[in-house]
Design a protein around this ligand. Structure first.
Ligand code: FEO
Length: 385
């Protein structure tokens, strides 16, 4: 797929994997994006996941025929992009790997490759003929070795996972069709929240470093090539990495016998009646990444959990631990839930939220055994928002 005379897309869509990193559902698939820069020399930027070697090689050959790949640029070493390095080397024995020192150590650690590696430093350039690739280190976006590659002549940024998203690339690969960014925004937010969300400060540092570039095209490792929505995708990453959120509620709950669920539904209705956006998540039915997405989207998190083993119901605890891991900042918090003989869940949730820096709007609301409107005043809780 030609993005320009010199920049070609040779990535693949994965519609068969059920869980990305064996933990995140990908109901709309995911892409592993690789790119060729075709000049006097040919550079391949990143590879793909292990199962897609034949497809990647076929895509490369469809673009350059029997020409060799001279360089393999490694922006990121997570195996969804690095797994095919040895295969590329076998197909193109003269191919030199171009990467930074941290990634070079990982290449040896993962794949035992030590020869034919050119180590580059911050700002160094690789001439390919008429165009060059320049390398900028963006550590912890989201691994320590991450870097981006900039082709100034094409105003194209090969950004690694940054600006990536779940959901397979559209047929046209780019965001040429109107509405593409909106169609990907939720999955991009879920990708960010799940995978990059812990690293807000490094993302901010990377955005500052790249701020002076006049970017015409963002070639991420996942999702569409951004050409028409560059301001939107950068603004979304900036907002997410500052933990800035819209006014609204992520209301997530777990329920064993339906009492905390009834309270959650009553609360969601009261919140919506006040004109406040509210997305509700049953953590016993869906992966917690969908709620994590909305933790990043909205400024208030409300968690409902019954007391279980004198603690927090495990599916709710998993989300709360995920939120704490990601050091979400500047958000507000409420908890509620049922108990049978001793109330513990809301107190523990409030303690976790307070330790994580949430503003606790009120101590957790709890009720004994069966739900009723008399025991659980949803309107009173919603009035705190
Ligand atoms: Fe898509 Fe961090 O690898």
């Amino acid at each position: 797929m030609r993005l320009s005379e010199r920049i070609r897309y040779v990535g693949v869509n994965d519609m068969s994997t059920d869980l990305f990193e064996r933990q995140w559902p990908i109901p709309y698939g995911v892409s592993y994006n690789s790119y060729l820069v075709v000049d006097e020399k040919v550079a391949l930027v990143d590879t793909a996941a292990a199962d897609f070697g034949d497809k990647l090689i076929a895509n490369i050959k469809a673009e350059i025929g029997d020409r060799p790949v001279d360089y393999l640029v490694v922006n990121h070493m997570e195996p969804d992009h690095s797994a095919l390095q040895a295969m590329i080397r076998k197909e193109y024995p003269g191919c030199e790997i171009v990467t930074n020192a941290k990634a070079a150590a990982m290449i040896e650690g993962y794949y035992g490759i030590t020869e034919g590696i050119k180590v580059v430093k911050e700002g160094e350039s690789l001439p390919l003929g008429a165009v060059n690739l320049q390398f900028f280190m963006v550590p912890m976006v989201h691994w320590p070795e991450t870097m981006v590659s900039w082709c100034g002549e094409e105003k194209t940024l090969f950004s690694g996972d940054a600006f990536g998203t779940f959901k397979a690339v559209p047929e046209c690969v780019t965001d040429a069709e109107s509405g593409t960014f909106d169609a990907f925004k939720d999955e991009m937010t879920r990708y960010y929240a799940s995978i990059v969300g812990k690293y807000g400060a490094p993302v901010q540092a990377a955005l500052k470093k790249l701020n002076g570039l006049e970017i015409k095209r963002i070639c991420s490792t996942h999702g569409p090539v951004w050409e028409n929505s560059i301001a939107d995708v950068i603004a979304l990453y900036d907002k997410l990495s500052r933990y800035e959120a819209d006014h609204g509620v992520c209301l997530a709950f777990g329920s064993m016998y339906g009492n905390t669920k009834k309270a959650a539904e009553a609360l969601a209705k009261s919140i919506e009646n006040r004109g406040i956006s509210c997305r509700i998540h049953d953590l016993t039915k869906e992966n917690y990444s969908f709620a994590l997405r909305d933790v990043f989207k909205y400024d208030t998190l409300i968690l409902g959990s019954p007391t279980y083993n004198n603690g927090i119901f495990p599916p709710v605890r998993q989300l709360m631990e995920g939120v704490c891991d990601r050091a979400v900042k500047g958000h507000k918090f409420l908890s509620f839930g049922s108990f049978t003989w001793a109330a513990a869940s809301v107190k523990l949730l409030d303690e976790m939220a307070a330790s994580a820096g949430f503003e606790i709007l009120a101590p957790g609301t709890t009720f004994k055994q069966g739900y009723s409107e008399a025991k659980f005043d949803a309107d009173a809780l919603a009035s705190l928002l």
